[in-house]
Design a protein around this ligand. Structure first.
Ligand code: CO
Length: 152
């Protein structure tokens, strides 16, 4: 595994739509391993492939000691609405409020190529939506209210 450089706000790659993963091979698994390591090193909850310069539809999320890896994810169902602060490893030191569903059901493939379905509420729902938006080139700061720098 290796740490990857995180693409920062202002880089046009973060506003591009990522392409489907067509073949889950050793390279894809290596990128997922590197993404998890890079996310942990930077104390993140989620990281999407475009944030390490890979325009492919996959992300990792780690919440309450569980790792979620989703390849070609698709949000199946949402309900409710909450507006809370979010941050992003591509814009360190900033937070902003984004309206997200309170509940999310999301499907995708795991690294074995098997279909997986996850449900999330609270922080997990927020993370799934935030990372899924990265795959569509929609970083949270493009739709956040009250975006502000926070003292570290
Ligand atoms: Co982000």
């Amino acid at each position: 595994m290796a740490l990857r450089k995180i693409v920062m706000e202002g880089d046009p790659i973060l506003e591009k739509k990522a392409r489907e993963v067509t073949e889950i091979n050793g390279r894809i698994c290596m990128i997922l391993d590197d993404m998890l390591e890079t996310m942990r090193e930077n104390d993140g909850v989620g990281l999407a492939a475009p944030q390490v310069g890979i325009l492919r539809r996959m992300f990792v999320v780690e919440w309450e000691d569980k790792v979620y890896e989703l390849i070609n994810p698709e949000i199946l169902e949402t309900s409710g609405s909450v507006c809370e602060d979010e941050g992003c490893l591509s814009l360190p030191g900033f937070f902003g409020e984004v309206e997200r569903p309170a509940y999310v059901k999301i499907a995708g493939l795991n690294r074995q190529g098997e279909k997986v379905i996850y449900e999330g509420t609270g922080m997990l729902a927020k993370a799934f939506c935030h990372e899924n938006d990265h795959l569509d080139g929609i970083p949270y700061w493009t739709k956040a209210k009250n975006l502000r720098r926070v003292e570290e």
